[in-house]
Design a protein. Structure first.
Length: 248
């Protein structure tokens, strides 16, 4: 099978390897959904000097943060938690992301900020942060994982859910891209396009990644790594499973 120039075979193998790493890093997070496809396919686009902003103290996100550029002191690291004596006002996380993106833009960098969030959570100031990022054409990507099954569990101005984000996007005309968050190739392509746009000054985007709802069990063949390996096997990049011989 011929290679896709936007996702060559070498890159596919790198994506698979990163998924395995994410799965191992996340192995102790027993209450979390399978997010290795989402994390790998999103963070693989980060470059030295970019910023990765997780929720709380997420050890997996800390480990996936890109390296800083040579001689850089303030870029290319995870911002999952404040450093030193810095204490962020509660709920100001995405406002800080927009401010960091403004800093990269002002410095003339081609870097971007990637913020990870969870649907159904309360993120005070998220709408104002996205509106500012849109108007200022800031290099900001909000990657939101959704295990709600389409239910808006939380209401109010601080609610981060599909309904509220879609309403704001329709008003401001910025892209909200829905994707199967357990299909690594699909996530890769969506983030790839959005990252290119962000780096050239076309502004922010929201990547809305739908995951299996909590409490719902997947068959092994539908789990993210198995799906990726089937995709690779179809291209001769991964050993295909042996076909069972019929009984005599």
């Amino acid at each position: 099978m011929s290679e896709n120039p936007l996702l060559p075979h070498r890159r596919l193998k790198e994506l698979h390897a990163l998924m395995l790493r994410c799965h191992e890093l996340d192995r102790r997070r027993k209450d979390n959904p399978a997010r290795e496809a989402l994390l790998a396919a999103a963070t693989i686009h980060l470059q030295p000097g970019d910023l990765l902003f997780g929720e709380g103290t997420d050890a997996t996100v800390e480990a996936l943060a890109p390296l800083p550029r040579p001689n850089a002191t303030a870029t290319g690291k995870s911002m999952s938690k404040p450093e030193g004596d810095l204490r962020l006002p509660r709920g100001s996380r995405l406002t800080l992301c927009a401010a960091a993106a403004l800093g990269l833009q002002t410095a003339g960098s081609d870097g971007m900020v990637m913020a990870l969030a969870t649907a159904g959570s309360a993120e005070a100031g998220w709408a104002a942060a996205l509106e500012y990022a849109h108007l200022a054409r800031l290099p900001l990507l909000l990657v939101c994982s959704d295990t709600t099954g389409g239910r808006a569990a939380r209401k109010g101005a601080s609610a981060l859910n599909w309904q509220t984000v879609s309403k704001l996007a329709k008003k401001l005309h910025f892209p909200v891209l829905s994707v199967d968050g357990e299909d690594a190739v699909a996530v890769y392509r969506v983030v790839q396009e959005s990252a290119i746009r962000a780096r050239v000054g076309d502004g922010p985007a929201v990547i809305w990644s739908v995951l299996t709802p909590k409490g719902v069990k997947q068959s092994r063949s539908m789990q993210p790594i198995a799906r990726m390996e089937s995709y690779l096997a179809a291209r001769g990049l991964f050993p295909a499973k042996p076909t069972k011989k019929p009984r005599a």
